[in-house]
Design a protein around this ligand. Structure first.
Ligand code: PLP
Length: 441
């Protein structure tokens, strides 16, 4: 049912995750409920880490991409597995540090970091800041001077590779808010500028070519371009980059339209990238860079499922059947944003034959609030528990309190035990920051 077969059908025919019966989980914790399989997360962190250790002599590091799913427990797992992380906001950085993460293992991203976020990163002593504009470099230089540090930085480069994936999640086109193009001289000119700043220490370059990518060759092409670019910089600016950060983007299984990658497939995937880096560096006589990768979705995406209870069912004869669940775009905005596709199963009878196609509707006051249309399902009735698979990445992290709905609770399951990692919100949480000003009293 998922790539590593960690989702099971138990003897009663119910969906099981991390040794827990999903019907029991729904009863104990309520729905909607985010459920995360700890073993899955750890296994994926190890695949990437072990591949770098074995095939790149440990000359690199895995940075978990926080944006996929950020909470204290997730950083604790990453720390225990000996990997680093990235952070794209003050909030992610704060959470990672609060979880006990070593600041030197954190890299900070963002195309428009605020002054406060830059100060926070410098004060924390993060491993590196990926800079993305002249303004940012100049501000950071001043902040570093003020705090008397030489701040390590990487430059975000747009390697001009379009991975075959959904256009909305492309971030590396020339027409992109991210990065400096290596095709014209902009990345080189920016490099020269950064090298002229006394309080910044340029360590290398970063790129990210997109997300949900299955084309290995796109990573190889990007890596080749990056190394060619770094060779050109060495020649033109006399700067030899030490670090190459290739970003994230490895794809995962959502529906049968996607391949199911095993752990060895992911290792192979990374190995293709590693081989390219080695071959190209050797060919161009360039010192082998310290390699960083930033997988997010592939680490946590398939580790997560969301459980819902079916509410009203509206059958419009000859037009469409809507099955409404107690979640929606406030806890999963991905269909509304990207028309993302999912596999949905009936938790009480996973093997039941799909006999209908339905639209799964959320409870928000928006017609576009759907989890999907024309999804195959068995017979379902109000009160049934549905599980939407592969919801570990970019679900909780994209959730909101839209319509003043609660962001659901998240639990971690392992060996038949379930523990809360994000508590249920309360009505009080919803009004915590609301203020009635004196003028309205
Ligand atoms: C800079 C950067 N690194 C890493 C990632 C993680 O990508 P993924 O979750 O597809 O592995 C992203 C996602 O957009 C990103 O923008």
């Amino acid at each position: 049912m998922n790539s590593r077969n960690t989702l099971k059908v138990n003897a009663a025919g119910h969906l099981e995750i991390g040794g827990c019966d999903t019907l029991e989980l729904a009863k104990e914790f309520g729905t909607p409920l985010y459920v995360y399989d700890e073993d899955y997360i750890r296994a994926m962190m190890r695949v990437f880490k072990n591949t770098i250790n074995k095939d790149y002599d440990g000359h690199g590091k895995v940075l978990y991409a926080s944006k996929a799913f950020s909470c204290l427990a997730m950083y604790r797992i990453a720390k225990q597995e000996g990997i680093g992380c990235d952070a794209v906001s003050g909030g992610e950085l704060y959470t990672a540090l609060k979880a006990g993460f070593n600041a030197a293992d954190i890299y900070v991203h963002g195309n428009n970091k605020t002054y406060e976020e830059l100060v926070q990163a410098v004060k924390a002593g993060v491993g590196g800041i990926v800079i993305d504009s002249y303004r940012e470099a100049d501000i950071l230089d001043k902040i570093a001077a003020e705090y008397k540090v030489k701040q390590k930085v990487l430059i975000r480069v747009n390697p001009g590779v379009e991975a075959h994936t959904h256009a909305f999640v492309q971030t590396a086109r020339t027409d992109s808010k991210f990065g400096f193009s290596f095709r014209d001289n902009t990345a080189l000119e920016y490099t020269k500028h950064v090298l002229s700043l006394k309080n910044l220490e340029l360590k290398g370059y970063h790129c990210h070519i997109g997300s949900q990518i299955f084309e290995k060759q796109s990573f190889s092409l990007a890596a080749q371009n990056m190394i060619e670019f770094m060779v050109a910089v060495k020649k033109e600016a006399g700067f030899e980059a030490e670090i190459l950060n290739m970003g994230g983007g490895f794809g995962i299984y959502y529906t049968d339209e996607d391949p199911k990658f095993t752990e060895s497939d992911y290792a192979e995937y990374l190995l293709t990238l590693i081989k390219t880096v080695k071959e190209k560096s050797k060919e161009l006589n360039f010192r082998l860079p310290y390699l960083l990768i930033e997988p997010g979705r592939s680490i946590v995406g398939e580790a997560g499922i969301t459980l819902y209870t079916v509410g009203s069912i509206k059958d419009i004869p000859g037009i469409r059947k809507y099955v409404a669940i107690d979640g929606g775009m406030f806890e999963n905005p991905r269909y509304a944003l990207y028309q993302s596709k999912y596999t949905v199963v009936k938790a009480a009878d996973v093997n039941a034959a799909n006999v209908q196609k339905v639209s799964i509707a959320g409870k928000c006051c928006e017609s576009g609030d759907l989890i999907g249309v024309d999804l195959p399902l068995p017979e379902v009735e109000s009160g049934d528990i549905l599980a939407v698979l592969s919801t570990g990445a970019y679900h909780y992290s994209m959730a909101s309190n839209y319509n003043r709905n609660f962001i659901p609770q998240a639990i971690l399951v392992k060996d038949g035990k379930a523990e809360t990692i994000i508590k249920k919100q309360t009505f009080e949480d919803l009004v915590r920051n609301d203020v009635i000003p004196d003028s309205l009293k």
